[in-house]
Design a protein around this ligand. Structure first.
Ligand code: NAP
Length: 529
């Protein structure tokens, strides 16, 4: 039975932080929970990175099947916590139990997906150009290339996914899968949940005999968290959360004598474009679907559709009427914490006071507590106002969306051009739109986003091989990457070419007889020979 002690986990050790204490808050009541959590001191931060540094060599050299066993054991240990885990996450986040149970399934599924990837082994992208000793005018040496782990990684989870984007979330799973030790900085909005999951990983590491220090969980204030990012031993950072937080860590990482990558997933407003033909054919159905997507999970998804572009058509009023009616009928609900609720209220207030912005509809039900419950809303503005005021495209994290009514397609395209990078962009188009439009909408949208949807709703991110949960800045700090799906592992690896090596000294993935049985490219031809 796991208990919550407020301590940090340094490999196999449990250490009480020597820094300030804090408590978690139950958002539903906006009251402190009883346990205290203790931040680590700078000296303890030094201790934890040295432990991770010592673990890196042996962990990175383990047979890939051993890493797969570790990841599977983590999933087993998390499941073995039973209801204690979703109940604690519910108390700390206010998210419904059903959602958290689903999120636990996603988290364990994700760990097992990375276990399969590592066990199969081909992700290392082995490429071999055998020696050509007789080549003229110069012989070619034997060259063999593969991906190897970067080194210790520091992970910062988000408040809105206390399981799937936190201690054992995608960043941790993909970094461990790649062969990197991980130090997680616990999110102060769900520290008890973090400790429960951290202890599950600790137990899994002990059971599968991982090198001590392969995993650590620390409670830390921002100064100490930044010191971890700045420490020479650390080689990469995974982050999900606010733009301000992600950028602060990026600055620290770039100011190091040896700059390191920070894979930060930050803000996104996820534009949806509804062309005239689609509006004509099924505007009402789209409005209903959108209302559901806007308010799902009290709008606390990074893929929430925060902006909707429409053109002036005779069906527009019907669309707005349906969307408004749906939003008015939705009830306010508890947000993740009072800070996020306050940001939402302030953001909405600022937006609604902007020139040429009108509130189309708000939930007709009063919040039981203004401090904790977010009230769904939809606002409207014009294309001209949108283009002249960049603030209208800023993320308002919560259950709201801004409908931008444009004169015509040209104005929609012009609005999209002004926008920053996004996680997703969605197109609703009828055949008639695609036949008559002067614009290549797919090209326009793919320039802006990591995932482009045709006729759907962006909330809901499948964990699979083909997923890209990323996008140009500020959706992420590196548009070449994804934080969800198997490709997330590539963020924590780098290529190495071994030249003229004796077979026995090569990593298994590159040895002549292909002992791991993985897919490799030999002189450009893919095979398992
Ligand atoms: P956050 O405030 O950025 O926090 C994420 C983690 O980073 C926390 O552990 C936080 O610790 C740490 N952190 C933040 N700033 C830091 C700094 N300057 N130095 C060191 N560590 C720092 O994100 P959040 O709590 O998940 O949500 C807050 C806001 O982020 C929301 O209102 C929303 O706007 C946005 N958000 C966006 C997404 C998205 O995917 N687009 C997802 C979730 C949230 P402390 O809390 O101790 O500072």
């Amino acid at each position: 039975m796991s208990t919550i002690t407020g301590a940090s986990l340094f490999g196999s050790q449990t250490l009480t932080g020597e820094g300030a204490a804090y408590t978690a808050t139950a958002p539903a009541r906006n009251e402190s929970l009883p346990e205290s959590f203790f931040n680590i001191s700078p000296a303890q931060a030094e201790q934890v990175v040295q432990l991770a540094s010592a673990a890196f060599g042996p962990y990175s050299q383990l047979h890939p099947h051993r890493r797969a066993e570790f990841l599977e054991a983590i999933a087993d240990e998390i499941e073995a916590l039973g209801d204690v885990l979703p109940e604690r996450a519910h108390a700390e986040s206010g998210l419904p139990m059903a959602r958290l149970t689903g999120e636990r399934g996603r988290t364990c599924g994700q760990l097992r997906m990375f276990a399969r990837l590592v066990r199969e082994g081909s992700w290392v992208d082995a490429r071999i150009n055998p020696a050509l000793p007789d080549r003229q005018p110069l012989p070619r040496p034997d060259l063999r290339r593969m991906l190897v782990p970067l080194g210790p990684v520091v992970v910062f989870g988000a408040s809105n996914f206390p399981l799937a984007f936190s201690v054992a979330g995608g960043d941790t799973a993909s970094a461990l899968a790649a062969g990197c030790p991980v130090i997680v900085k616990a999110h102060p909005a769900h520290p008890g949940t973090s400790e429960l999951v951290g202890r599950a990983i600790q137990a899994a590491a002990l059971k599968t005999e991982m090198p001590d220090g392969t995993f650590a969980l620390v409670h830390a204030d921002n100064a100490v968290a930044q010191a971890l990012v700045g420490h020479p031993v650390v080689k990469a950072v995974g982050f999900t959360g606010s733009r301000a937080g992600g950028l602060a860590l990026l600055r620290v990482a770039q100011a190091r004598p040896e700059p390191i990558p920070v894979y930060a997933e930050m803000s996104s407003v996820n534009p949806t474009v509804i062309l005239a033909g689609a509006m004509q054919e099924r505007g009402t159905a789209i409005a209903e679907g959108l209302a559901g997507s806007i308010t799902l999970g009290v709008g606390q998804f990074c893929t929430n559709p925060g902006l909707v572009f429409v053109t002036q058509t005779d069906k527009l009023n019907e669309f707005l009427g349906t969307l408004g009616a749906k939003i008015r009928a939705t009830v306010p609900a508890t947000m993740l914490n009072a800070g996020i609720c306050d940001h939402y209220r302030t953001g909405l207030d600022t937006l609604s006071r902007s020139a040429e912005v009108e509130v189309l509809a708000e939930s007709e039900t009063d919040a039981r507590s203004e401090a904790t419950e977010g009230r769904p809303a939809v606002l409207t503005t014009t294309g001209a106002a949108f283009r002249s005021n960049p603030a209208l495209s800023h993320e308002v994290f919560g259950p709201s969306s801004l409908v931008v009514v444009c004169q015509d397609e040209a104005e929609v395209a012009a609005c999209l051009q002004t926008m920053e990078g996004q996680l997703t962009a969605t197109l609703f188009a009828a055949d008639s739109d695609l036949q008559t439009s002067a614009y290549n909408w797919v090209a326009l949208l793919q320039q802006k986003a990591g995932r482009v949807l045709f006729g759907g709703y962006p909330t809901g991110v499948e964990v699979c091989e083909a997923m890209t949960h990323g996008g140009p800045f500020p959706a992420t700090s590196d548009a070449r990457t994804t934080s969800v799906g198997t490709a997330a592992i590539e963020r924590f690896a780098r290529p190495v070419t071994y030249q003229s090596f004796p077979n026995a000294l090569l990593p298994l993935a590159l040895q002549q007889e292909n002992p791991l049985g993985i897919w490799r490219e030999i002189d450009g031809v893919r095979g398992k020979e």
